[in-house]
Design a protein around this ligand. Structure first.
Ligand code: IMP
Length: 181
């Protein structure tokens, strides 16, 4: 049994699907922790995990994610939640009018094993769609088309998304580690 700390139900649904498939049981610690503002997704993930080690006690993991858009000089990256909360997907589409639409989504898992923190990263290239496609409306998914797919991540099932997503890829690396630990 492994604990996943997040206040985001979508994240838990995705990590749970992939863990179950691999025969690993998880418990969702639905906790909203204060996210430090750092200039990299790795640092935010690591620092958030580090701050929770005494509070959670036993081994657990969390993750931090962000979208990096080429035409915006790879912004917002570590500022992805702030941008989502402020200008949102509509604002991103406006900023990208007539611009190149490549983007990369990154997830960095931080796992506290009771003694140290380990990180596992996953990356997915893709493009920003021309409009918003509602479905499973999680963050940037309504405007992000992962490479190899012809629709936005919001229109994929959790299983389909996990096969190509940044989180799915980070989870596969993490699960490999857990199986060999
Ligand atoms: P955080 O990892 O919760 O800090 O996420 C940063 C921002 O990216 C938030 O606005 C999330 O809603 C969004 N986000 C995180 N993961 C995903 C994803 O898999 N798809 C779409 N948006 C995401």
């Amino acid at each position: 049994m492994i604990k996943f700390v997040s206040s985001n139900r979508h994240k838990f649904e995705e990590i749970d699907e992939i863990l179950r498939k691999n025969g690993i049981e998880s418990t969702w610690i639905n906790l909203k922790y204060e996210e430090v503002q750092e200039d990299s997704i790795e640092k935010i993930s690591w620092e958030s995990c580090n701050r929770l080690t005494s509070k959670i006690g036993s081994n657990f993991f969390l993750e931090d994610s962000g979208i990096l858009i080429e035409a915006l000089n790879w912004f917002p990256g570590p500022y992805s939640s702030y941008i989502q909360r402020t200008i949102g997907n509509e604002g991103i589409l406006k900023l990208l009018e007539g611009k190149k639409r490549n983007a990369t989504f990154v997830t960095v898992i931080s796992y506290w094993d009771g003694e140290q923190i380990m990180q596992f990263k996953g990356k997915t290239e893709g493009v920003i769609a021309n409009s918003i496609f509602h479905g499973r409306d999680f963050g940037y998914d309504p405007i992000f088309i992962p490479e190899g797919k012809s629709k936005t991540a919001s229109l994929l099932s959790i299983e389909e998304k996990n096969e190509v997503s940044q989180r799915g890829k980070a989870m596969i690396r993490f699960i490999e580690y857990l199986k060999n630990a």
